[in-house]
Design a protein around this ligand. Structure first.
Ligand code: ADP
Ligand code: MG
Length: 225
């Protein structure tokens, strides 16, 4: 037991240090990106493309650091009485743009009488966008359908995203929520870990239903307050 506690202590310390480092990376990053933006505004011919690549890569680092920070379990987030359907509607144009670009048909079915829930709007948007991104990235075959649904029950609300994509290998099912687990060449493996941590902070749960070659559904359950 003492060994196990020592191990947990060490893990906690590592987690705290990692979060500290991630936090410290953000400030210099902001300065670098600001100057880069300024310089790229007056780039000579032929350099613009290179500035764009640098900016893209910096954005990627930023996204990873941001994701990493939102993994912190005890992260304090403020929740407000909000409407899940309205949050979905507010990012729908973003989702549609991404889907259209990838030749994907979107079906949106929102429940009537959505009750107000205690939500952190920014985190719920992040949750939905992460799930939608995975759905879009899973669809390479001809049939490309993305579904977003909400359902209202007596004690809970469900948010379901579904895709007609490649499905998830049963051997991977117990790993996909682990930070840094990815099957993609340029994946970070942080998307679902962030989703899990957001859902945890909302006292909800996540369930995956997937069939190889047919598609995947992610069911997020949020408690009614
Ligand atoms: P990343 O997208 O960077 O790989 P995620 O944490 O978002 O990281 O997802 C982890 C892994 O889970 C993915 O690499 C993929 O193998 C699997 N996965 C997640 N969502 C889906 C989906 N909708 N369809 C198929 N596989 C998925
Ligand atoms: Mg992802």
């Amino acid at each position: 037991l003492r060994k196990e506690l020592a191990r947990l202590d060490r893990l906690n310390l590592i987690g705290e240090m990692a979060a500290g480092v991630a936090h410290e990376i953000r400030n210099p990053m902001t300065v670098v990106m600001g100057y880069l933006q300024m310089l790229s505004g007056r780039a000579e011919d032929g350099l613009q493309e290179k500035y764009d690549i640098i900016m893209e890569e910096l954005n990627r680092i930023n996204a990873i650091v941001t994701d990493f920070l939102s993994l912190a379990k005890d992260k304090l987030v403020e929740k407000e009485s909000s409407n899940l359907n309205e949050i979905i509607n507010s990012i729908y144009p973003l989702i549609m743009a991404d889907a259209t670009k990838n030749d994907i048909e979107v079906k949106l079915v929102l429940a009537d009488d959505m009750p107000e829930l205690l939500l952190n709007e920014k985190e719920i948007k992040q949750l939905i966008l992460n799930l939608v991104r995975n759905a879009i990235e899973a669809m390479k075959a001809d049939c490309r359908r993305l579904g977003i649904e909400t359902h209202v029950h007596d004690d809970k609300v469900e948010l379901i995203t579904s895709d007609s994509g490649c499905g998830i290998d049963s051997q991977h099912l117990n790993k996909i929520f682990d930070p840094f687990f990815t099957t993609k060449d340029n994946g970070t493996g942080l998307g679902l870990a962030v989703c899990q941590s957001i859902v945890d902070r909302h006292k909800g749960s996540v369930e995956i239903r997937s069939e190889i070659g047919r598609g995947t559904a992610v069911i997020v359950t949020l408690p009614r307050s």
